[in-house]
Design a protein around this ligand. Sequence first.
Ligand code: OVV
Length: 392
Amino acid sequence: MTVSDADPFSDEVLAEPGALHAELRDAGPVVLLRRYGVHALARYEQVHAALVDWQSFASGAGVGLSNFRREPPWRPPSLLLETDPPHHDAPRVVLERVLSPRALRGLRARWTADAHALVDEVLQQEEFDAVPALAEAFPLRVFPDAVGIGEQGREHLLPYGDHLFNAFGPANDLVARGNPRRAERAAWVDAQCARDALRPGGFGAAIWAAADRGDITPAQAPLVVRSLLSAGVDTTVQGLAALLHAVATHPAQWARLRAEPGLARVAFDEAVRWASPVQVFFRTATGEVRIGGAVVGDGEKILMFLGAANRDPRRWDRPDEFDLTRDPSGHVGFGMGLHQCVGQHVARLEAEAVLGALLERVGSLDLAGTPRRHLNNTMRAWGSLPLRVRRA
Ligand code: OVV
């Protein structure tokens, strides 16, 4: 089996992972990362195959580097992300219903109006940093209200998510920096998940209503709410940031969108493919698992490079181009199979609202300075994205 001494979680690789991704894809269908003692998949074919084979590639021992069979998780495991069938299924069905396109219908008009209001505020200036001003501001304006949590303490949401996504990786500096406040932030998040903390009419209340019907137990309900607060903020922030970066650096694609605003949804999915805001997740082998002629032993961790799969030239033509004429469906930026992102309709609705409002108001947009990465062990993120806009 091919072996690599590379560290995918070093600052250098996190900032610019493309070269390592190409190296790992070309090295073979599976590569042993000696530094961490894990097997890595970087080609689309093997990443896709692992994602859809939950029997061989389990999530129940955690989807980070840490193996819950050998060390205790830093927080009670997610009932969605860090479980396998059959335990996974009841919470999944409940959340699928709560976040279904049908259940979201009532939000579209309000979120579109909210996006227009935000974009009008932001466009008071010709230059602004699109990370705080749009990518963070919009999800924070609409999503906590949609879940139904209180106003106090919302500043914990982004750092909680940032630490959570760091904690899927190795215990490096990024994790160490989040550790001092992680208990405080986790306690705040957990408190928001209680029945009494959640306003009627929101996603949180809908989850508790499912517990009242017996679809999940009352003990499961707060953990399902926690999944919304864990997975629903940083991911949409960075999905939006990826989309804004993509259109700001591809003027021809922006012009195409202006001519055909109905392409907004494709633009978001192509941005998720192109940038892969969630770069990696792990699985754990259940028994001996064959991958491309190699055998991975029982209980061993397997690192899936979603971002590398989404740019694998074996699967995509001109993979490094952000191109609205391609069909990005089949990308693994939302995962695939049983655990595929349950919140993707929420993410798409947010992105459509923001991009739609921008397309109505903005003639051209360009980078106004050098964008800055925000390093995270799991997410490919922007910390700053200076934009210059001209109104339509
Ligand atoms: C996909 C994802 C990321 C982070 C947390 C969770 C899910 C969760 O279910 O808590």
